[in-house]
Design a binder for this molecule. Structure first.
Ligand code: PMV
Length: 365
């Protein structure tokens, strides 16, 4: 597939008005995407667990204009309140996807969005938010085309979501998603995420992720800036190669359920991501003292309690604690006894691996 394959086929009549609602989850990368080329093309392939509880629900109401407008027309509400400061991001997204959805300027939109996780929790909502919006617009497009398969729908939704925020393309389906061309994964693409095509041991089908909210404030450096700093980064080439190697390493690990090796790859990926930040020019640190305290306590608990629990990080100070179902009681007790003290206001979110986005149909009165 190339970008051209996502240009629209002929539409049947455009609907006069309507409303669609989708709920899309967040995701957490095991092998991290960090660094990109123009048009949101990743510099290296990545793989993620789709999450379940952390999600964005978005409704798009649409009404056809009498003629095509010269600009996009939309109102935006976040958790019931008008949000003009979110508009530029959505406008940029619409500009990027317009070639693939030429009907957008024919409509007036009302976009209402809300997150399941606390506002300003330091959890990036861009992945779930862009995925939910892309799915709503795809749902609209599906109403204009009689011949769209489910596979085509998911693939184009992922393609569009990627243009909003790279990692959003991994938030359409579950439960393990690969994104970025990698020789070892057939049909993998830089343009959209695909379901991980190889054997996955049942232990990973019920994996848990508790997100410890260490720092809820604004990040000092955005992901966009961080990705850009990989251009000319002295270790970029080696890092991109390493991501390919780690994807290959994960294949037998995921098939066999080899948890010790899984932990080694996942924690190394998290620390490498942050090492790239610390060795960028200019350098920066997104971890906080509590992030490091938590990591050390996880290492200590793991060796003491012989329990296969590990951490990963995204581009921030919060810590994702990953563990299999069989260790659930022990790990929750450990978190309550030893880690909650390091969370801002003692807050954490219990999540687990999920199966992807869902359409929300209105309840009948
Ligand atoms: O999708 P973005 O541009 O917010 O970048 C996400 C980057 C990481 O979360 C750090 C890694 C990843 O693969 O999700």
């Amino acid at each position: 597939m190339t970008e051209k394959d996502f240009l629209p086929k002929a539409y049947t009549a455009l609907p006069a008005e309507g409303k669609v609602t989708w709920k899309a989850p967040s995701n957490i990368a095991l092998v991290k995407y960090w660094g990109k080329h123009p048009n949101q093309i990743p510099a290296n392939p990545s793989i993620s667990f789709t999450l379940d509880a952390c999600a964005t629900t978005t409704s798009v109401s649409f009404k056809k204009n009498s003629s095509k407008a010269s600009q996009f027309s939309f109102d935006l509400y976040f958790e019931g309140k008008s949000k003009p400061d979110f508009k530029p991001k959505v406008n940029t997204f619409l500009e990027r996807i317009e070639p693939y959805m030429p009907f957008l300027k024919e409509y007036q939109f009302t976009i209402e969005t809300s997150n399941s996780f606390p506002h300003s929790s330091g959890i990036a909502s861009s992945a779930s938010g862009m995925a939910a919006l892309a799915l709503c617009l795809m749902d609209m497009e599906r109403q204009m085309r009689s011949d769209m398969s489910q596979a085509e729908f998911n693939q184009k939704a992922s393609f569009l979501a990627r243009l909003g925020s790279g990692s959003a393309c991994r938030s359409i389906e579950g439960d393990l998603i690969a994104w970025g061309r990698h020789a070892g994964i057939p049909k993998s693409s830089d343009l959209y995420g695909i379901k991980y095509p190889f054997e996955v041991n049942p232990v990973f089908k019920k994996y848990h992720d508790i997100i410890l909210l260490v720092h809820k404030g604004q990040k000092q450096v955005s992901s966009t800036m961080g990705h850009n700093l990989m251009k000319g980064h002295p270790f970029a080439k080696e890092r991109f190669q390493q991501a390919h190697q780690n994807l290959d390493r994960l294949r037998p690990i995921l098939a066999q359920g080899a948890l010790d090796d899984f932990i080694e790859v996942v924690e190394s990926e998290a620390l490498t991501l942050h090492a790239m930040m610390m060795t960028s020019a200019p350098y920066f640190i997104l971890m906080k003292p509590d992030t490091l305290e938590i990591i050390n306590k996880i290492w200590d608990f793991r060796s003491r309690a012989k329990t296969p629990v590990c951490f990963t990080l995204d581009a921030g100070a919060n810590v994702h604690v990953l563990y299999p179902e069989s260790t659930r009681q022990k790990v929750i007790q450990f978190i309550q006894d030893e880690l909650v003290a390091h969370c801002e206001n003692g807050q954490y979110i219990c999540d687990r691996i999920g199966m992807g986005a869902k359409k929300i149909t209105p309840k009948r009165e």
